[in-house]
Design a protein around this ligand. Structure first.
Ligand SMILES: Nc1ncnc2c1ncn2[C@@H]1O[C@H](COP(=O)(O)OP(=O)(O)OP(=O)(O)O)[C@@H](O)[C@H]1O
Ligand SMILES: *[C@@H]1O[C@H](CO)[C@@H](O)[C@H](O)[C@H]1NC(C)=O
Length: 386
């Protein structure tokens, strides 16, 4: 199996580096997963660690099936092992925030996305859900909808893109976007398993496709209202990591995994409000874009976990991106910061697309920044405290 798995490039029989644990028999495991679990329920708690992009998880047993988030107990973990606190006072709180069906252990087991609070019950530095939720509740009556297009790259465990020749490059970009065939689609098993798992979990996944660079893929989450956008995207990412683990490969959200003449990875974000979706909504979209144009740097800082440094490798002005130093907007323009879809320009209503967020962005930080600038009319370099 191991030898065969490497034959994706068709010609050279390259050995792929997949993890040792992926070679443990999944068929044998299935025998145990079919054992009845009695009345007990397994709840896997998931949280964002101190890097702002890594995910952590652990499981506890519940005595009965939780019906809503209120039925889930708070929990804790050691923040000194997740880059979230120093040695003393390292206990962090896990506050259940959103619950999904668990596609790995199946019903009645749950995935539980959590907010992280410090020992003093203040939000941890990378807990961007806390302020996002507050800001979303201020604009609830405008029903803000988001859709996010998550691009990612499948890597072998040695960090090399999955299916690429081990000491070279595949043929240049061109045939891979939405491609089909063993020489064009690298790792579709992962994509299929992830898609179905998201549907099972109740994640609002609305599509998927192969991307421009081989081994690069995209899935779309949306439309989601308010805080749900961040919740659903984080859980979709968790599910992707977990599926990749089974296959022995790694999902990377790095915005420029391969330097040079290869496409980077972003997280284009569609945005609308009730007014924008109604007749004549285009004028509200144009107002938003004007505000966004005056606050470009603030948004760039919010659009990756390193305050813009990650995105600087991606937003070069080439490969269907805008330049990180300039704000631009246009109808159907893939090289602009903000794109108005052609159909929206024609119908004079709908939504706009912010193409700047990096693939490893925190969707809470992105959607919060958009609401602050577009709907709360904030200006300047710092967010307003409410
Ligand atoms: N974030 C969003 N906010 C509001 N409406 C959205 C959002 N995302 C999608 N929509 C709405 O959902 C509809 C379907 O979206 P989708 O993008 O799949 O279709 P589309 O406009 O045909 O795009 P394309 O032609 O590029 O495939 C859109 O017409 C749009 O009105
Ligand atoms: C965002 O809008 C684009 C069209 O501009 C569409 O192709 C895409 O499917 C939308 N994605 C989401 C997640 O809403």
């Amino acid at each position: 199996l191991r030898r065969r798995a490497g034959r994706l490039d068709g010609s050279r029989g390259i050995k792929m580096a997949t993890s040792a644990s992926s070679h443990l028999s999944k068929v044998v495991k299935q025998k145990y997963m079919e054992l009845p679990q009695g009345e007990k329920v397994q709840a896997m708690y998931i949280w964002v660690d101190g890097t702002g992009e890594g995910l952590r998880c652990k499981t506890r047993t519940l005595d009965s099936e939780p019906k809503s988030i209120e039925d889930l107990p708070e929990w804790n973990f050691d923040g000194s092992s997740t880059y979230q606190s120093e040695g003393s006072n390292s206990d962090m709180y896990l506050i259940p925030s959103a619950m999904f069906r668990d596609p790995f252990r199946k019903d009645p087991n749950k995935l539980v996305l959590c907010e992280v609070l410090k020992y003093n019950r203040k939000p941890a530095e990378t807990n961007h859900r806390h302020t996002c939720k507050k800001v979303m509740s201020m604009v609830e009556d405008q029903c803000p909808w988001f859709g996010m297009e998550q691009e990612y790259t499948i890597l072998a465990t040695d960090g090399h893109p999955f299916g690429w020749p081990s000491n070279g490059f595949p043929g240049p970009q061109g045939p891979y976007y939405c491609g089909v065939g063993a020489d064009k689609a690298y790792g579709r098993d992962v994509v299929e398993a992830h898609y179905r798992s998201c549907l099972y979990a109740g994640v609002m996944i609305c599509g998927t496709n192969a991307e421009v660079m081989p081994a690069q893929w995209e899935f779309q989450i949306g439309p989601c209202e308010g805080i749900n956008m961040g919740d659903h995207l984080w859980v979709a990412r968790f599910i992707l990591h977990r599926v990749c683990e089974d296959f022995g490969v790694v999902a990377s959200f790095d915005p420029k995994p391969i330097p040079g003449n290869w496409n980077g990875a972003g997280c284009h974000t569609n945005v609308s409000t009730k007014e924008m979706r109604d007749d004549g909504g285009l004028s509200y979209i144009e107002e938003c874009i004007e505000r966004l144009g005056k606050r470009h740097d603030y948004h760039i800082r919010a659009y990756d976990p390193k305050g813009g440094l990650d995105n600087a490798r991606r937003l070069t002005g080439h490969h269907e991106t805008s330049n990180i130093h300039e704000f631009s907007a246009g109808v159907a323009n893939r090289g602009a910061s903000i794109r108005i879809p052609r159909a929206v320009g024609q119908d004079k209503k709908g939504y706009f697309e912010d193409r700047r967020p990096s693939a490893n962005c925190d969707p809470y930080a992105v959607t919060e920044a958009l609401i602050r600038t577009c709907l709360l009319s904030e200006e300047g370099e710092e967010p307003v405290e409410y």
